[in-house]
Design a protein around this ligand. Structure first.
Ligand SMILES: Nc1ncnc2c1ncn2[C@@H]1O[C@H](COP(=O)(O)OP(=O)(O)OP(=O)(O)O)[C@@H](O)[C@H]1O
Length: 450
């Protein structure tokens, strides 16, 4: 039989140790004993590794339980349940403040003790899970999520990562296209960098020299020669983000680079060979853009060798909680794991998440800012139905600042333009503004791009 969780019992009283030994073994736990804080320290530092948790007496000769608790590293290496002979509320409160999970009076009733131990163990497991998630999130390119779609995506990345094939990553805004690109780059094992170019964020007039580079004097302002982003990706990966927004004339030039594997700087005459893995990403339906003459069919075929679609978050509800927990771990740190209020999960599932994973991340970040010192509680009110566009009615004054009113108006205006213009480039034309500036406003206002 597998030995049960190992519990370190710290008490100077041999009678108590004996009684607890019997009780713990009846409940399927293994115990390891220490008669003083010094002995307990040796157990915690022993090569066998940490016990699953610690049951600590507060009143001991020499270093007391509270003093011992106070000098342990933070966060506590194991969950701690405190035992005390005389019930002392102030000591209990102090122990809890020092990070103990629970407080049980001596002599403990077996049920009360077992409940306290089981709760502490469950909390320990949660903390471990939190660390695992945080670790996963910190690893660039790692994809959090338990949905079948995420599983399939991870498999596909492992399979196509090491090849040189072009991959077209599609998905609504905020679904994780850039993160997937990073994962593909890491899986490729290519030594060079991942160079990302956002074709929607860079003004069309600058995009060409940004991508292809230029020789000194190629145009006014080209004071020095400069390698373009394509060249910078030599030996690595080039991610062409928002490729659907690339102007047609540049599409032709890009196609030539893909076919010849050479790039010619603006104003240059000698082609430079480049070995870069090409990834492209878009929230647009490129096949439709091809039909409408906005995107070259030959380039589409060239990029779409391996299509990789990331479904919107609303179609993979299994990912909601793992992602929310991972973001909570990222923003709130160890002291505030995510607590789900009643109805929260249903609300998360019912909400359409137009901004996808990015929006969920923003929700958790906002909750963390508002939580003060308390837990990070996610309630159903954190996600509300998308706001109806403002009507011409007089706005109610007083609740919002001038800036917030203006931003609300801007959001409605940009939403309407995106709807009618169908892309950032289209919306920028309608609003007669620069595409790059519009893109930056969209991001700053937290609007979905699709
Ligand atoms: N599966 C995931 N696991 C962990 N983090 C994720 C995951 N998917 C997305 N994210 C995070 O969500 C945010 C948005 O993702 P990303 O920027 O990759 O989306 P995108 O599809 O490229 O968006 P856009 O189309 O607007 O450029 C990022 O902070 C990213 O790290």
């Amino acid at each position: 039989m597998k030995p049960g969780p190992r519990i370190l019992v710290v008490d100077d009283d041999p009678g108590v140790l004996k009684a607890l030994r019997g009780l713990l073994s009846d409940e399927g736990f293994t115990s390891v004993e220490a008669r003083s804080a010094a002995e307990a320290t040796r157990v915690l530092e022993a090569p066998e590794g940490l016990p699953a948790m610690m049951l600590l007496d507060l009143r001991m000769p020499g270093e007391t339980g509270l003093e011992f608790l106070a000098r342990l590293p933070r966060p506590l290496p194991v969950p701690v349940v405190v035992l005390s002979g005389e019930a002392s509320p102030s000591e209990a409160a102090q122990a809890l403040k020092l990070g103990a999970t629970d407080f049980v009076e001596k002599p403990p009733s077996p049920e009360r003790l077992v409940t306290a131990l089981r709760n502490a163990l469950a909390l320990g497991a949660l903390q471990e899970e939190r660390e695992r998630l945080l670790d996963a999130l910190a690893r660039p390119g790692h994809l959090v999520g338990d949905s079948p779609a995420m599983g399939a995506l991870r498999q596909l990345i492992t399979r196509v990562g090491p090849s040189d094939t072009a991959v077209l990553i599609t998905g609504e805004t905020g679904t994780g296209k850039e993160r997937v690109a990073r994962a593909l780059h890491l899986a490729s094992g290519r030594k060079g960098r991942l160079v990302a170019v956002n074709c929607a964020a860079i003004p069309a007039t600058l995009l060409e020299s940004e991508l292809f580079g230029h020789e000194k004097g190629a145009f006014s302002g080209a004071v020095n020669r400069r390698a373009g982003r394509i060249e910078q990706a030599h030996g690595g990966t080039l991610l062409l983000d928002e490729i659907g927004d690339m102007p047609l004339e540049l599409q032709a030039k890009l196609l030539r680079v893909l076919e010849t594997r050479e790039v010619e700087r603006l104003g240059g005459s000698v082609p430079v060979p480049v070995d870069a893995r090409i990834l492209a990403a878009t929230h647009q339906e490129l096949a439709r853009a091809v039909k409408e003459g906005r995107f070259r069919q030959d380039l589409f075929f060239r990029l779409n060798v391996m299509p990789l679609h990331i479904p919107p978050l609303r179609e993979r509800p299994e990912d909601l909680l793992p992602l929310a927990r991972a973001f909570a771990a990222e923003f709130a740190g160890p002291e505030a794991p995510l607590v789900l209020a009643p109805g929260a999960e249903t609300a998360l599932r019912a909400y359409p998440w137009p901004g996808n994973v990015r929006e969920l991340r923003n929700v958790i970040e906002r909750l963390n800012l508002l939580r003060g010192g308390g837990p990070l509680t996610l309630g159903p009110e954190a996600v509300s139905a998308p706001q109806a566009p403002a009507t011409a009615a007089r706005p109610s004054l007083g609740e919002k600042s001038y800036r917030e009113h203006v931003e609300d108006f801007e959001r409605d205006l940009i939403r309407a333009a995106l709807l009618e213009g169908e892309s950032i480039a289209g919306a920028a034309r309608l609003l007669q503004v620069d595409r790059g500036n519009l893109y930056r406003r969209i991001k700053a206002l937290g609007l979905p791009v699709s």
